[in-house]
Design a protein around this ligand. Structure first.
Ligand SMILES: Cc1cc2nc3c(=O)[nH]c(=O)nc-3n(C[C@H](O)[C@H](O)[C@H](O)COP(=O)(O)OP(=O)(O)OC[C@H]3O[C@@H](n4cnc5c(N)ncnc54)[C@H](O)[C@@H]3O)c2cc1C
Length: 645
């Protein structure tokens, strides 16, 4: 039902999610609303790209998703009540820029990169930023006559209720904006340091050392790190690869390929990098994409199965992740692995026959083993989760030499598999399943689907790290570069269980692994990870002020057996993500979308993928329709229509 008056909507944060909500408001309104709509956009960074994808960041920073798998537009796979308005994904946009079909004031640098982009390119982050800015410009150019956009290139500091029940957005420069509804899509941010980080910072200050706490590497000034200085980097995730690039090619070094070998030519301005993590090995290199913009369709974690699981949860028997969800996830992964393995070592026909049979028996049953033997799968090729999550053996960590030899061959094998592709390599096809079934996992886990105790220990304490390790890694080239840097003597990889002590006697950070003699001292430590999502520590003043004003609270996952688990994310309703206040009531005019709600929603730090029923697009549509007062029924994967008022 259309509201009778005008609409005043505020969007705080205009990165990919804020942009998507804007697009959905415009397209829903184009079809259904004739009354005047004013949209107030607030972000100090450029609209569309926002902070993460800003176009002035170093060109060494690249995306971890291929150009054909990221978009800002809806498509007909998206289950939503609003209209589909298609538009180019990043790859199609690049083609359009090259052909001149897409016009704009593009620099030589963008045109050059656009020339080189193919469907499976990992573009520079700044390049994607240009795409997002173009999307924003296109939206503004094609606005319906009844919609006005007002741009505020500032940060918001506060949101308060007025006596009339309106929302008053306070900007950092003191400007006040009155709206009916406000959407906070404020994404990633910084938080107060944890006690360990604060101790490291104080230690560095007292010893003339350098400490870099968790941050987006693009925001960090590394100039104080002189050439040849030894730098400890803690963490081997995506931020590590950013630092690796910034401190090497970012300082003038070059990678050169001769035959099959990649080597590194130093500039002489690099520091000496010593890196490590608890697991000891970096994230899996991402395989060459052989899926185009499609995905693996789940065969076990299906819509019906999800409906079963959620109805169990709805009857007061909250799900236990390990017991109820993991067997389905593991079965998906392992079935893909064996099916591809058999196709590779035998024939497609044989593998098809195998799958038909293997699918009928429960995960981890003796019947599974019988089938594996029947199809003569060698025992040494059996899938082994403990081996996958900890790839080294005891003998590999007995000495520094044994570790070096292990890690080199491990990384070489990872690159080899990744180059075979995410369909052709049995291993890479299997781990890519975890990325492909994220939608389904969200339907199961979001909004307290899993019992609090299990969410804390099984999801946050175990599965999230395994999922990241296997499925969100950098393109395999980064792994190859790591090896080349190690050969060039620029980078050293420590053994597993890496930890850093603050040694007051020497005034140095001491990094140690579980490998005997693997000890490194340095005056510089980088924590290579993003700040965690934690409402209690947020430095985003708009969130902090709302929190202190008792207008926001943490999302708590209920537990039937144990104590409830309070996450660091903000409590919101299901779609359309209205803010839940500490007294449990939902604020009718405030919405929080995306990263700050991690905990209520699972794995929110991702881009929008086309043609796979992106949940983010469905979410944006629901928020847009809600602020426009339009019905926001959404179709769940269960095939049921759900009324979100
Ligand atoms: C370093 C990094 C690399 C990443 N790489 C990838 C990748 O390769 N592929 C991928 O799929 N995902 C990647 N991601 C995940 C990322 O979460 C999403 O791709 C996407 O950026 C999320 O969009 P968002 O709009 O929710 O948040 P953001 O992109 O963080 O945007 C939030 C916006 O809100 C603004 N904002 C915050 N507070 C305020 C305030 N108080 N007032 C006004 N404005 C405010 C910020 O300036 C920012 O522009 C990456 C994330 C990071 C941090």
């Amino acid at each position: 039902m259309e509201k009778s008056t005008t609409y005043r909507i505020g969007i705080i944060g205009v990165g990919p999610r804020g942009l998507s909500v804007l697009e959905r408001i415009i397209e829903n309104a184009r079809d259904e609303i004739g009354n005047p709509i004013t949209i107030e956009l607030v972000d100090s960074h450029s609209f569309g790209a926002g902070e993460v994808w800003r176009t002035d960041q170093p060109s060494d920073l690249i995306m971890n998703i291929v150009a054909s798998q990221i978009t800002a537009f809806t498509d007909d796979t998206v289950e939503m009540a609003g209209p589909v308005r298609e538009g180019p994904n990043l790859y199609e946009w690049a083609r359009g820029v090259v052909s001149g079909r897409i016009r704009g004031n593009f620099s030589e640098e963008i045109l050059d990169e656009a020339e080189q982009v193919d469907e499976n390119s990992y573009c520079r982050r700044a390049f994607y930023g240009h795409y997002l800015e173009w999307v924003y410009t296109r939206l503004v150019k094609n606005l319906p006559g009844n919609i006005e956009i007002r741009e505020h290139r500032r940060r918001a500091n506060s949101v308060v209720n007025t006596v009339r029940g309106d929302q008053l957005i306070g900007l950092m420069d003191g400007t006040m904006i009155e709206v009916d509804d406000v959407v906070l899509a404020v994404g990633h941010g910084t938080v107060d340091l944890s006690s360990g980080e604060e101790a490291a910072e104080n230690f560095a200050a007292a010893t003339n050392g350098l400490y870099y706490p968790p941050a987006n590497p693009a925001d960090v000034s590394l100039e104080m790190i002189e050439p040849s200085r030894k730098v400890l980097i803690r963490g081997l995730g995506l931020c590590f690869f950013d630092y690796m690039a910034l401190l090497t090619t970012g300082r003038g070094g070059r990678f050169v390929r001769t035959d099959q070998e990649l080597s590194y030519v130093p500039s002489g301005r690099e520091p000496h990098i010593v890196c490590g993590s608890r697991r000891g090995v970096p994230l899996h290199g991402r395989a060459d994409n052989e899926k185009g913009d499609r995905r693996y369709e789940p065969r076990f974690l299906t819509a019906d199965r999800i409906a079963d699981l959620r109805s169990k949860e709805g009857n007061g028997n909250a799900l236990n992740f390990r017991h109820d969800c993991w067997p389905l996830i593991a079965k998906e992964v392992e079935t893909v692995y064996y099916t591809r393995l058999l196709a590779n070592i035998s024939s497609e026909e044989h593998s098809h026959e195998f799958r038909e049979l293997y699918e009928t028996v429960p995960w981890s049953s003796s019947s599974e083993r019988e089938i594996l033997r029947k199809f003569r799968i060698p025992e040494e090729d059996f899938w082994d989760w403990s081996r996958i999550s900890q790839p080294w053996r005891h003998s590999d960590v007995e000495s520094v030499d044994s570790w070096r030899s292990f890690i080199r061959s491990y990384l070489a094998a990872d690159v080899r598999e990744a180059r075979r592709g995410n369909v052709s390599s049995a291993l890479k096809a299997a781990v890519d399943v975890l990325r492909d079934i994220r939608n389904e996992l969200r339907y199961v886990m979001n909004n307290g689907g899993v019992d609090g105790e299990s969410y804390k220990s099984d999801v946050e304490g175990w599965f999230n790290s395994l999922h990241s390790f296997l499925s969100i890694g950098p393109p395999w080239n980064r792994i190859e570069e790591m090896v080349a840097l190690s050969d060039a003597g620029v980078l050293e990889m420590t053994g597993p269980r890496f930890k850093v002590d603050l040694d007051r006697e020497s005034g140095k950070f001491i990094g140690k692994s579980c490998v005997p003699g693997d000890e490194h001292e340095s005056t510089t430590l980088i924590d290579a990870m993003l700040p965690s999502t934690d409402l209690n520590r947020t430095r985003n003043s708009v969130l902090a002020n709302l929190h202190h004003g008792r207008q926001l609270t943490n999302f708590t996952v209920k537990s039937s057996a144990s104590s409830d688990y309070m996450t660091g994310g903000i409590a919101v309703t299901e779609r359309p993500f209205r803010v839940i206040r500490p007294d449990g009531s939902a604020h009718p005019n405030r919405y929080v979308f995306g990263v700050p709600t991690e905990g209520a929603n699972w794995v929110t730090g991702t881009g929008i993928r086309p043609n796979v029923n992106s949940i983010t697009l469905g979410d944006s549509d629901a928020i847009a329709r809600s602020v426009l007062g339009l019905p926001t029924e959404t179709c769940l994967p269960t095939g049921q229509w759900k009324q979100n008022t």
